[in-house]
Design a protein around this ligand. Structure first.
Ligand SMILES: Cc1cc2nc3c(=O)[nH]c(=O)nc-3n(C[C@H](O)[C@H](O)[C@H](O)COP(=O)(O)OP(=O)(O)OC[C@H]3O[C@@H](n4cnc5c(N)ncnc54)[C@H](O)[C@@H]3O)c2cc1C
Length: 398
């Protein structure tokens, strides 16, 4: 046996799990990552916001991990010199319906142990003079972090704790050998007693090779960002969010002041024509065919609301004026000329065969494997408690 525990995927989920298994046990742990550089996918292509648990259903794993993850990650960033700005966020309500929704979010925050209060228009203007809104929810615990530096620090800590890291090594095939697994990689086979599949955008495909997760498929949703030109950055002091739609797993286009002082705007949520199609002209025929043939997608699009949302998000992707219109909803003085195209990330969003966009973290536990099928936002925020939780499950499985 090459390793006791082999983790596929060196994103925040795989790295945090590896680090925590190494800290909890004497097991021989390794992480296999297909890219030569870490943070190439979701973990390095996101808003970098620590989301305390005001937007998540009380009692859910997501709520628990978000609240705990925010405080653990702040401590981790401070201890390790990772850039972090504890700005807090304002979630702005533009009409009375949204104000009612903010009251619900405030109750959820209380139940989840996250700090939040409703602020009136006067206080919103003091905090964010250029933001629109009748009132807002102010969540002071939210913070902006450098997610790429965080990924690299996790990798350094995992290696210091004894975890082997194979970079530039893609897992092509997984075979269940009864007692453990053989992983066929681009650099030859690796055997392990326990398998953790944390392969992000490809986790469903690997899981399905060993008969797991057949009721689901990952549907890639690209999130594109613009950024404010340098002399307009002062329009936004901290982070401004729209009131989230409870039916959608995505937060809506928002403003984030990053630790490097750039102000990014986004992400939208566009159906992507490939799992790594970061540009809106990129496509992958195989991925596209997979999505187009998936019954879950057609059931999802059977909902008139989802169809309308998909259309509007596609428009925002191909037409800057439409993106600027979404940005203007929150900060009216922003114009299309103030925006320059920035980066994009792609969410590994699990959709069920019934057409449901799964909102909670989804992982399937077997006697000798864990498959992380849905590590959606706030997966960065949640990464320390989530990895610790998976490590605890692995420790007890041994
Ligand atoms: C646009 C966007 C904005 C977001 N904003 C936030 C935010 O503000 N706050 C927050 O908390 N969360 C946010 N998230 C969510 C967060 O980024 C993710 O939940 C988290 O990064 C998921 O981590 P991961 O390790 O599962 O995935 P990944 O980072 O994608 O890691 C998976 C890794 O597996 C590797 N891999 C895949 N297949 C193989 C294979 N066959 N062999 C070997 N390696 C393989 C990949 O190369 C990749 O490095 C955002 C996500 C996106 C996309």
């Amino acid at each position: 046996m090459d390793h006791d525990v082999l983790i596929v995927g060196g994103g925040v989920v795989g790295l945090s799990t590896g680090l925590h298994v190494a800290r909890r046990t004497d097991l021989d742990v390794a992480i296999v990552e297909k890219e030569h550089h870490l943070a190439s996918h979701q973990s390095g292509r996101n808003s970098g916001v620590l989301h305390p648990g005001f937007n998540y259903e009380p009692g859910s794993l997501k709520a628990q991990f978000a609240t705990e993850g925010t405080s653990r990650m702040k401590e981790y960033c401070h201890e390790n010199g990772i850039p972090i700005e504890e700005f807090g966020v304002v979630v702005s309500a533009l009409d009375t319906r949204e104000e009612t929704r903010l009251e619900e979010l405030k109750e959820q925050a209380d139940e989840n142990g996250a700090e939040a209060r409703i602020i009136d228009r006067k206080e919103l203007t003091e905090r964010e003079p250029n933001a629109r809104g009748r009132s807002a929810l102010y969540a002071p615990e939210a913070a902006s972090v450098d997610s790429q530096q965080y990924v690299y620090q996790l990798a350094r800590d995992a290696q210091a704790a004894g975890v082997a890291l194979y970079l530039g090594t893609e897992v092509e095939r997984i075979t269940d050998r009864g007692s453990g697994y053989r992983l066929g990689t681009t650099h030859g086979p690796l055997d392990t007693r326990f398998l953790v599949n944390a392969a992000g955008l490809y986790a469903d495909r690997l899981a399905q090779q060993v008969g797991v997760g057949e009721d689901y498929q990952i549907v890639p949703f690209r999130g594109e960002y613009y950024e404010l030109v340098p002399d307009k950055r002062s329009l936004v002091n901290t982070m401004i969010y729209p009131t989230p739609d409870p039916e959608l797993p995505f937060l809506g286009v928002h403003y984030t002041r990053r630790t490097d002082d750039k102000v990014i705007i986004g992400p939208n949520a566009v159906p992507a024509f490939g799992r790594e199609a970061y540009d809106n002209t990129d496509f992958d025929l195989g991925d596209l065919g997979d999505t187009a043939q998936y019954e879950g997608v057609w059931k999802l699009l059977a909902s008139p609301k989802m169809l309308q949302v998909a259309g509007s998000e596609l428009h925002k992707s191909y037409r800057k004026d439409r993106f600027a219109r979404a940005a203007k909803r929150l900060v009216p003085s922003v114009t299309a000329d103030d925006l320059v195209k920035s980066f994009a990330g792609i969410r590994a969003q699990i959709v069920s065969n019934d057409g449901e966009l799964v909102k909670d973290p989804l992982f399937v536990e077997e006697a000798d494997a864990i498959h992380v099928l849905n590590a959606v936002s706030p997966g960065l925020t949640a990464s320390l408690p989530f990895g610790d939780h998976l490590a605890e499950r692995i420790e007890s499985a041994y």
